[in-house]
Write a protein that binds this ligand. Structure first.
Ligand SMILES: [Zn+2]
Length: 315
C-alpha cells in the first residue's frame, strides 16, 4: 500500500495548525496546501525534505476544499503543477472578480433580510481579510462524486464548504477527510452564496448533516483530517456531532419561543461578544440552526418589510 505522510504547518487562524498530506503513489501527490505565509512555507519545505523530497518533486495537488488554510501555499508551488478539486473551488482559488462581486452583492441583500442593518453591512468586508492567506491559481482538473484518482474515490461532502470533497480508499477503508469531521472540534457549516446564475441559497447546516450521515455508508477504518488527530470511531462521532447540533437548535427554539426575532437577533443572543469579531462564522451558525428548525417545521419566517422575522410554530 502506498505511503501517506502528514505534514503539519502553522496558520494565523483560531483553528491553529493545518495538516497537509503527501501520498507516494504513481504520482507524488500533495493533499491540501497550507496557508499562504512564509512560516507555513518554511515548515512545509523542511518537513518535505525529511521525507526526501523538494517542492518541485510534487506532481499534483488535490484540495479538499477552497478555504485559505487548505490552498494558500499553491502560490509558492511551481505554476505547472496540476491542481485538482471540486468545480466549486475554482472561483475561490482563482480570486475570480466576477464571483467576488456576486458574493458581495448577494450577501448585502441577504443579510439585510437577516436584519443586520446598514452598520452591519460595513462589517461584511471582513470575509475578504482571510483571502490574503489564500492563493490565485487555476483549478486544472475538476472532480466530482464517484470519480477515482489513483485508487481514491471522490465523495462530495458539502457543508463546511460548498466545494468540500473527501477521498476514500476502499481497499483499506482509509479516508482523507479535510475538515468534514474533525476529532476534537466540530466543523462549522459556512454560509456561501448560490453559484452565479443560481437563485437558491445553499443551506449549509442541512447539507452538512446529510454529508455527515453519508459517511455511515462507507466502511471507514481511519479518517486523516485537516486539523488535529485522526478519527477512528466514525459512527459514534457522527452521532455525537448530530446530537450536539440538535441541542443547539433547541436552544435557538427556546429563544424564539420568548419572542419573534431576526436571524441577526439570534446571532447576537448566541454570541453577544464574539459576533463582532467572527461575523460570518456566528451568522452562519445562527442561520444554520434557523434553516434546520424551519426544515423540521419548528419555526417559520415571515417578511416584515425588507426583513425576515422568525417565530416558533406551536402545534
Ligand atoms: Zn481548515
Amino acid at each position: 500500500m502506498e505511503q501517506l505522510h502528514r505534514i503539519v504547518v502553522p496558520t494565523p487562524f483560531a483553528v491553529g495548525d493545518v495538516n497537509m498530506y503527501i501520498i507516494e503513489g504513481d504520482r507524488l501527490t500533495l493533499i491540501d496546501a497550507g496557508v499562504k505565509t512564509e512560516e507555513a512555507w518554511h515548515v512545509f519545505v523542511r518537513e518535505l525534505r525529511e521525507l526526501g523530497y523538494k517542492p518541485e518533486h510534487i506532481e499534483q495537488v488535490i484540495i479538499t476544499h477552497h478555504h485559505p488554510d487548505h490552498v494558500g501555499l499553491l502560490d509558492y508551488l511551481p505554476s505547472t503543477i496540476p491542481v485538482i478539486g471540486h468545480r466549486k473551488a475554482a472561483p475561490w482559488i482563482a480570486k475570480d472578480a466576477a464571483f467576488f462581486a456576486w458574493h458581495q452583492q448577494y450577501f448585502e441583500q441577504f443579510l439585510m433580510e437577516c436584519g443586520i442593518g446598514e452598520e452591519g453591512i460595513a462589517k461584511l468586508g471582513n470575509f475578504r481579510r482571510s483571502l490574503r492567506f489564500s492563493c490565485e491559481r487555476s483549478l486544472t482538473q475538476e472532480v466530482k462524486e464517484g470519480d477515482v484518482i489513483e485508487g481514491w474515490m471522490v465523495i462530495e461532502t458539502p457543508g463546511h464548504a460548498q466545494s468540500h470533497i473527501v477521498l476514500y480508499r476502499e481497499s483499506d477503508g482509509l479516508m482523507i477527510g479535510g475538515d468534514h469531521l474533525l476529532a476534537t472540534i466540530s466543523s462549522n457549516p459556512l454560509l456561501e452564496p448560490p453559484a452565479i446564475g443560481e437563485q437558491e441559497r445553499p443551506k449549509p447546516l442541512l447539507q452538512y448533516n446529510d454529508s455527515l450521515k453519508k459517511l455511515l455508508n462507507y466502511d471507514i477504518t481511519t479518517i486523516v483530517t485537516g486539523h488535529g488527530e485522526n478519527v477512528t470511531d466514525v459512527a459514534p462521532l457522527v452521532e455525537k456531532r448530530l446530537e450536539k447540533q440538535k441541542e443547539r437548535a433547541e436552544h435557538v427554539w427556546k429563544l424564539l419561543s420568548e419572542k419573534p426575532m431576526t436571524a441577526f437577533d439570534v446571532c447576537r443572543a448566541l454570541f453577544p461578544t464574539v459576533y463582532e469579531r467572527e461575523f460570518l462564522l456566528t451568522m452562519s451558525e445562527a442561520i444554520g440552526q434557523l434553516d434546520y428548525l424551519e426544515a423540521i417545521g419548528a419555526v417559520k419566517k415571515q417578511k416584515d418589510g425588507q426583513i425576515y422575522m422568525y417565530e416558533v410554530v406551536r402545534s
